[in-house]
Design a binder for this molecule. Sequence first.
Ligand code: ATP
Ligand code: MG
Length: 442
Amino acid sequence: MTNQGDIDTGSVDPVTIPRPEHIISRASISSSALKVLYRLKEAGFESYLVGGGVRDLLLGREPKDFDVGTNATPDEIRALFRNCRLIGRRFRLAHVRYGREVIEVATFRARHDADSDDNESAQSDEGRLLRDNVYGSLEDDVWRRDFTVNALYYDIRDFSVVDYVGGIDDLETGTLRVIGDPEQRYREDPVRMLRAVRFAAKLGFRNNPDSEAAMYELGHLLEDIPAARLFEEVLKLFLGGCAVTSFELLRHYNLFGYLFPMTEEALGQEEEGFPHTFVLRALENTDKRLAEGKPVTPAFLYAALLWEPVRLRMQELLDEGASPLEAAQLAGNQITAEQVQATSLPKRFSFPMREIWMLQSRFERRRGKAPYRLLEHPRFRAAYDFMLLRSEVGEAPQELAEWWTDFQTLNSSEREKMVEASPAKKKRRRRRKRKPAPAADD
Ligand code: ATP
Ligand code: MG
């Protein structure tokens, strides 16, 4: 058996769409991508704009980034560009950097036999591609791409678009179609299922029925994918502006549970819409912030997605006799440790995530110096936004959220009034004053 399934490569004629018949203009391609394309061409190599760049330009959308395909090998690419780094083991490719922009340059891939296991290619027992570094021609490369709409090539020589797989038709009908046998292609790389969800959400496309049927069944294959790679995909799914749709599609295809197992379990035990509404609100909020050009962070996203598991664990620990502080700390640590088995979360995000959780109980302390101290905490803003979300779904009192909103906006004398001790406390304080005073109560 070969990796190509039943695709008969080599005997398919491409459709070529000449420049006057499509809408891609060089003016909408980044100057860095153009530089890469021309430099390769001038060095005598083939060079094409490929992948999402071509797809998005044909749809009249602004591409997120630009990918280039070439017959130059990674070493040949490196020799041409000073600003170039070779990355990846499973899939070696070159990153050419211009300032903040990175152009991904991939050498054309060719088919290779399933039973080979050498430096260039290897496959696991389940059919997963462990290495995919056998180089070939454009005609070979087409069949290694995931979806037909991602397999269109823009030729820098004559500005035509080359289509071997019916990608142009699928763009027109809004269809995501796996190239080749969907089950086999998903087994080769299960992350393609997450990519199917992401593109469906982002482009508003539908998975074609064959491609979709395999997805319902193969989610478990994600268990073998390194947690760090899944983290990257989670960010693309949830911090790409279409978090709500991505979430709904992931759940629809039974994939969400492989990314966030504890959240999936908590969602199964929901009462009165919680925690489902909370997660949805958080994701809506993320999409809205992105649409307004505001920053978003994986720390906040993970804090929201894991909040219900943390709450449930906290309750268990309290029932076992832990103090509230202990329960909060332990629950945060345990849930984080369990989550990173599925999708990793670098410490620079997990640390602030846990702070957001830990700060939640401090919003309840509204007398004396405590509110001022909380306000000065470097994570106050994120923790406050998080508390607002909780109050929106009724998990924290509305009145608490309003109090903190006021507290931030009022002037200092009005604030003083807000934090004044309650009459009962004042009495206690007066009584204490008569005795030698213990440490001030806040
Ligand atoms: P985005 O808009 O997110 O950049 P993209 O389609 O460009 O979408 P990339 O991850 O940048 O996605 O990959 C570029 C191209 O490489 C894809 O369009 C596809 O042709 C190919 N590709 C990427 N990942 C895979 C994969 N796992 N399996 C097969 N082909 C892939
Ligand atoms: Mg891309």
